[in-house]
Design a protein around this ligand. Structure first.
Ligand SMILES: Cc1cc2nc3c(=O)[nH]c(=O)nc-3n(C[C@H](O)[C@H](O)[C@H](O)COP(=O)(O)O)c2cc1C
Length: 165
């Protein structure tokens, strides 16, 4: 079966994870915005999405292309500052419909944020987020950045691929 990795991200961490999965599987890797892929060529998809302002950045792409992908085997990986848990699950549920999520397996990965690399607008958004955030750890991450990038974090995704029929 033929697979591809499609990702949506802004500052490179989602792309990095997508390429690590691509290296390990030999599958093609595409930015969803590049549009130089033909979805009909693939039976299996890995969708990678950054989490920005409590939403999955890939949500509109999934909704637009759902009719072409709903019968494929889909693994979704999210890339966020927050760790796996109820908060992240809530943001995912706000981004995609329940019936979409029922057809995907999900793996949560943690990304990277360096304040100096951000656009001025994104920096302002994170400062406002930090000001409103009651969680001291999340507040610190929003203001000072973080780097959780680690190649071995994609191992659970590689395992899921191996387990698929
Ligand atoms: C403007 C902005 C908003 C963000 N919002 C969230 C959020 O709501 N929840 C979260 O866990 N992480 C959030 N993050 C952290 C990103 O998910 C993290 O930096 C991720 O690695 C970005 O992926 P990318 O490098 O592919 O763009 C935000 C980052 C930025 C810059």
């Amino acid at each position: 079966m033929n697979g591809a990795i499609l990702y949506s991200g802004k500052y490179g961490s989602t792309a990095q994870y997508a390429h690590w999965i691509g290296e390990a599987t030999g599958w093609a890797v595409f930015d969803v915005n590049d549009a130089n892929y033909d979805l009909s060529e693939y039976d299996r998809l890995i969708l990678g999405s950054s989490v920005m302002i409590f939403k999955l950045s890939i949500r509109n792409w999934v909704k637009t292309h759902w009719a072409s992908i709903e019968n494929k085997s889909i693994i979704l990986f999210t890339v966020s500052g927050a760790a796996a848990g109820a908060k992240l699950d809530g943001w995912i549920a706000d981004s995609l419909t329940e019936s979409m999520l029922l057809k995907m397996q999900h793996v949560a990965l943690r990304g990277r944020q360096h304040p100096k690399e951000l656009s001025w607008w994104d920096r302002i958004i994170l400062r406002i987020g930090a000001w409103k955030n009651d969680d001291p750890e999340a507040k610190k991450q929003e203001l000072e950045g973080f780097d959780f990038m680690d190649k071995s974090s994609v191992d659970p995704i590689l395992k899921l691929i191996q387990q698929q029929p």
